[in-house]
Design a protein around this ligand. Structure first.
Ligand SMILES: C[S@@+](CC[C@H](N)C(=O)[O-])C[C@H]1O[C@@H](n2cnc3c(N)ncnc32)[C@H](O)[C@@H]1O
Ligand SMILES: [Zn+2]
Length: 374
């Protein structure tokens, strides 16, 4: 269907962008949020959304038109977007089903808490790190509700500025090939720790890397069953390419197993603390996948299948190029290597994080040995 000049369409939403920040590549993160919100509405019977940094208002439109949101609070800090936002929501949303404000997001979260006006879904589409809004966003989230966080500062989560990562996440992030997974684990870990300070906990619903931006949706739960095995450290040996999860109790006596071979002097770095548990909630992803099929969103359904398979794999991935480089051979073919690893009794899957990488419980030495034979 042709659109009049100036209009844009995404999902069922039709809107103007004007001078608002709208990033078409973030559609995938919006699609997954809509699916999760629709599943939530189906399971719970209601959906009140707080879109704290709404831009032109594409999300409020989609949360209502596609996920069936009963009420949306669309907040945008920049008052210059008032006209475009009002125009889009007036034309696309049911009357009396939304509210527009132009406040700082933290002011909104605090007023929610003060009014006891908690939301089923709080979407924080911030620039940089979500840390300034993370603990405060929890104040506006209903118990059992969803908090959707964003990180665009891959430099910090990727280990290029560990001091900054310590400042914003309370975690030291080091560089290694699986840093895009690390970013999501830092976000979940930080949300978990912040929730725990309030006697609550969070569980990941899904974690997404779209090639540029990291997004994590967590569910806020009552009670704090803190398990420090799920909030620990990730070790990577730059000499061998070996990864290991490291618990707090192991700190100070961590060695790379490769250091015992050939008297190697291994160069081990530790990142963390970060989340070491499942990246996604498989049951929720199944429901989202069913809905994606029903809506004809085939690409999203395929993505959700890959996410289900990778959900409880170890907290890192191996790039095929690194396996090839370390094994001094051609880059192995992904699906053939996955099959060969499974044949040898290992778990192995693709990962949505990198189409040229695999997730497996085999270590780098096993991967090289098996890749040489396949
Ligand atoms: C990434 S853009 C939002 C894009 C939009 N959510 C979308 O999906 O198209 C971030 C928006 O947040 C606004 N913003 C930045 N800091 C804010 C704050 N502290 N409080 C409220 N809004 C803020 C910016 O003006 C910008 O429009
Ligand atoms: Zn080593």
């Amino acid at each position: 269907m042709n659109l009049e000049p100036g209009w844009r369409r995404e999902g069922k939403a039709k809107f103007y962008i004007d001078n608002a920040f709208y990033y078409p590549q973030s559609e995938i993160g919006r699609d997954l949020a809509i699916l999760a919100a629709a599943v939530y509405k189906h399971n719970r019977g209601q959906l009140r959304v707080l879109d704290a940094m709404t831009g032109c208002g594409v999300r409020p439109l989609r949360y209502q038109l596609e996920a069936g949101a009963d009420w949306v609070w669309a907040n945008e800090g920049n008052p210059e977007l008032q006209a475009v936002l009002a125009k889009n929501l007036t034309l696309g949303m049911q009357p009396h089903s939304y509210r527009i404000t132009h406040q700082d997001a933290n002011q909104v979260f605090f007023s929610c808490y003060q009014q006891r006006d908690y939301y089923d879904l709080v979407d924080i589409d911030s620039f940089g790190s979500p840390a300034p809004y993370l603990s405060t966003g929890l104040w506006a989230t209903k118990i059992g509700g969803l908090l959707y966080l964003t990180n665009t500062d891959g430099r910090t989560t990727g280990g290029r500025n560990p001091d900054k990562s310590l400042q914003v996440y309370g975690a030291y992030a080091r560089s290694h090939p699986a840093v895009h997974e690390q970013a999501m684990r830092l976000l979940i870990g930080s949300a978990l720790q912040q929730a725990a300070t309030k006697g609550m906990q969070v569980q990941p619903v899904f974690s997404l890397f779209n090639g540029q931006v990291h997004r994590v949706m967590v569910q806020l739960m009552v009670g704090c069953s803190w398990t420090s095995e799920l909030y620990g450290f990730l070790g990577y040996c730059h000499t061998c390419g070996h990864y290991q999860s490291v618990s707090w109790r192991q700190l100070g006596r961590v060695v790379c197993p490769g250091s015992h071979l050939d008297s190697r002097s291994c160069s081990l770095s530790l990142s963390g603390p970060l989340w070491l548990g499942a990246l996604h909630d498989v049951e929720r992803l199944k429901q989202m996948e069913t809905l994606a099929h029903a809506w004809g969103w085939i690409k999203r359904a395929k993505l959700l299948q890959i996410m289900q398979a990778e959900a409880d794999m170890p907290p890192y991935f191996f790039k095929l190029g690194e396996i090839g480089h370390r094994g001094k051979m051609d880059v192995p073919q992904r699906d053939r290597l996955i099959q060969a690893l499974r044949y040898r009794g290992y778990r192995a899957t693709r990962t949505h994080l990198d189409c040229q990488a695999i997730k497996t419980d085999a270590n780098m030495a096993n991967c090289i040995e098996i890749a040489m034979q396949c």
